[in-house]
Ligand binder design. Structure first.
Ligand code: CO
Length: 135
């Protein structure tokens, strides 16, 4: 099996404080303070659930990669799912051999948890942007 646990679901939101409050107060979840990730052009609030995490994403800076998503989805929406893999290079090579497209230059980069991540083309995965994270 190539993929393991669901590491997180990422949701782009138009108002990070309001979204954090929705998860903390309305849904009763444990949420972090906002964390700026300049390398990824996002500010994130992490929501801890018993079996996975939710990452609330808000654009950071002029060239945020999620700014166009928020323009198309002004009330926010699900952005990607992240699956865990044991070996990100082996996973990438196997997926590319199957014809799947890896975004960018195909080299893993440190993700939100400082572990190597890759993104896979949504058109190859049921219309969903997929992040792989080596754990
Ligand atoms: Co992610």
């Amino acid at each position: 099996m190539l993929i393991g646990r669901l590491n997180h679901v990422a949701i782009v939101v138009p108002d990070l404080a309001a979204a954090a409050s929705t998860y903390a107060r309305t849904l009763g979840a444990k949420v972090s303070e906002p964390v700026d990730l300049p390398l990824h052009g996002v500010t994130t609030v992490f929501v801890e659930l018993p079996n996975t995490k939710i990452e609330l994403l808000y654009p950071l800076g002029e060239d945020s990669p999620i700014a166009p998503f928020l323009e198309k989805n002004p009330s926010g929406g699900m952005h990607h799912v992240c699956y865990e893999v044991d070996d990100i290079y082996a996973a990438r090579d196997q997926l590319q051999a199957e014809g799947a497209r890896v975004l960018g230059d195909g080299e893993p980069r440190p993700g939100a948890h400082d572990k190597p991540v890759l993104f896979l083309h949504p058109k190859d995965f049921c219309g969903t942007l997929v992040e792989l994270e080596q754990v």
